[in-house]
Design a protein around this ligand. Structure first.
Ligand SMILES: [Zn+2]
Length: 191
């Protein structure tokens, strides 16, 4: 995908093996549910990748499973870079959410079942994923993303105190614990 290797977890192949025959019995909507779920997870991970790419970090690969995905990229040196990339997932999901919501508000439900499946996944489930993912819990994007508030608050305080315009106060180095987490993530990437 855009020159970035995408690896599918075995759960995706298993889901395809179940959903394709099931589509003939229960209707094509079953296949569209799987397609919509994978599209949603892909947009989330691409969002992380795009922000990391804008910040000139190398993207190694994207892993997709039936439940979650993971975008592997070169780990950032500064705290604010990590925070920006953590917002990328939600931004990626909004790229799906906003146009689908506009089309739904304009056209309403479709008489074609699979379109309604896409509307359900790209609006309702998407919004639910965004809310859960933004909870400030370790392991979710929200854990890093909301650190944008204390980060910029501290910058504002420091700027007022020092009033030093020669250095860039945004460039706060990450803590030892945060760098250790990066190294562990990088090792997982090499496995
Ligand atoms: Zn994420």
């Amino acid at each position: 995908m855009f020159g970035i290797p995408v690896y599918l977890h075995w759960s995706v192949y298993l889901a395809l093996a179940i959903c394709i025959p099931l589509s003939f019995i229960a209707g094509i909507e079953v296949f569209f549910m799987l397609f919509a779920l994978l599209t949603l997870i892909s947009f989330h991970e691409i969002g992380h990748g795009v922000i990391a790419n804008i910040m000139n970090f190398k993207i190694y690969k994207i892993n997709l499973s039936i439940a979650i995905g993971h975008c592997f990229y070169e780990f950032p040196y500064y705290k604010h870079e990590d925070i920006y990339i953590s917002w990328g997932g939600v931004l990626g999901q909004l790229v799906l959410f906003l146009p689908t919501l506009l089309i739904f508000l304009w056209q309403g439900n479709s008489s074609f079942g699979p379109i309604n499946v896409l509307i359900l996944f790209f609006i309702i489930l998407n919004l639910l994923f965004i809310i859960i993912n933004l909870l400030p819990i370790r392991g979710l994007d929200g854990y890093l993303a909301w650190q944008i508030i204390p980060h910029y608050y501290n910058l504002l305080l420091n700027k007022k105190k020092t009033n030093n315009h020669s250095s860039n106060p945004k460039n706060i180095k990450k803590s030892a614990a945060e760098i250790t987490e990066d190294i562990i993530r990088d090792l997982k990437n090499k496995i």
